[in-house]
Ligand binder design. Structure first.
Ligand code: IMP
Ligand code: MG
Length: 180
């Protein structure tokens, strides 16, 4: 698996430090609120698992699954709810936890859908942000790393469902794409 990586973009140490810092900030910002962290499966699970342990105030978690990408590297544009949240969101301060904000279409859709469920507030927290690729009018409230327009894998992010278990964020060698 490591042989397929061209370059490490964000190291394990950088991830650890940024997530710890963000956890502290969110703990302060949500001190007197009713925090519910919502993870969008599957890409954000690693970030979610680390971030929730860096948060020092009581919070609840929930998961939803949407389909946006197939096995390739281009967005299909279509957003389908594959698994909805389990909780009633009334009165919660929602923090949507995402792996990457690319075109922003997925999060734009999810945010508007969840806003209709009686929540008190919604903010967006993304590990990675690719602002050059933005199509929807959406800006993250919390973002750990701004990255160039390159397809990245690791720390939850996949290419054709693989590489999610890499502990860092990396760029794949071009031959990996061409053999698909
Ligand atoms: P958006 O709707 O275009 O913002 O797409 C967001 C989703 O696309 C993310 O949650 C990822 O699952 C996927 N995605 C976008 N860019 C990448 C990437 O560079 N590597 C892996 N997945 C990506
Ligand atoms: Mg995702």
């Amino acid at each position: 698996m490591l042989n397929d990586i061209l370059k490490v973009l964000v190291t394990e140490k950088e991830l650890r430090e940024k997530v710890a810092e963000l956890g502290k900030k969110i703990s302060e910002d949500y001190r007197n609120k009713n925090l519910m962290m919502v993870s969008v499966l599957k890409g954000s699970v690693v970030f979610m698992a680390d971030l929730m342990r860096a948060i020092e105030i009581p919070c609840q978690i929930d998961f939803m699954s949407v389909s946006s990408y197939g096995n390739g590297t281009k967005s299909s544009g279509a957003v389908k709810i594959v698994k909805d949240l389990d909780h009633d969101l009334k009165g919660f301060d929602l923090l949507i936890v995402e792996d990457i904000l690319d075109s922003g279409r997925t999060l734009d859709y999810i945010k508007h859908m969840l806003l209709q469920r009686g929540v008190k507030s919604i903010r967006i927290c993304t590990l990675l942000d690719k602002p050059e690729r933005r199509e929807a009018n959406i800006v993250p409230d919390y973002s750990c790393f701004t990255i160039p327009d390159e397809f990245v894998v690791g720390y939850g992010l996949d290419f054709a469902e693989k590489y999610r278990n890499l502990p860092f964020i990396g760029i794949l060698k071009p031959h990996v794409y061409s053999t698909l």
